[in-house]
Write a protein that binds this ligand. Structure first.
Ligand code: FES
Length: 144
């Protein structure tokens, strides 16, 4: 599949834009300072905190799982059986203690934080996949 160019110049903090790459939904999200802060509290609740699973790119192997802390790029497909998780803002707290924002898969209840890191005790075995991507300037990302 061809690489996809994403213009993030109008992406507001907290907003998600969705593009398609190789037939897969790819999310680009501008994480707020609050989201970045919340993620630190998840150590100890994560199934694969260091993203050591072999399918992960090196750029996914940091706590933010991204090239820039505030910009998160991920494949929006649950690693359990492939449903599309919902992006929950300010409503996740009911489903995961201590966190307000994240992704919830409606199919079997898997939960991921704002870095796409899977929480323990859910069916999904892996963190959300991070696609290859590069910033070609401050506001343009090439996925693929
Ligand atoms: Fe997402 Fe099963 S497909 S929890």
């Amino acid at each position: 599949g061809a690489p996809v160019e994403v213009d993030i110049s109008k992406l507001e903090p907290g907003q998600l834009i969705r593009v398609e790459w190789r037939g897969k939904p790819v999310w680009v999200i501008s994480r707020t300072p609050k989201m970045l802060e919340e993620m630190k509290a998840h150590e100890g609740q994560l199934r694969d905190p260091a993203s050591e699973e072999p399918q992960q790119l090196d750029s996914a192997k940091n706590p933010y799982r991204s090239k820039r802390p505030e910009i998160f790029v991920a494949v929006g497909i649950c690693t359990h059986l492939g449903c599309s998780p919902s992006f929950l803002q300010g409503g996740f707290g009911e489903k995961v203690e201590g966190t307000e924002d994240g992704f919830f898969c409606p199919c079997h209840g898997s939960k991921f934080d704002m870095a796409g890191r899977v929480f323990q005790a859910v069916p999904a075995p892996l963190n959300l996949e991070i696609p290859p991507y590069t910033f070609i300037d401050d506001t343009t990302i090439i996925v693929g």
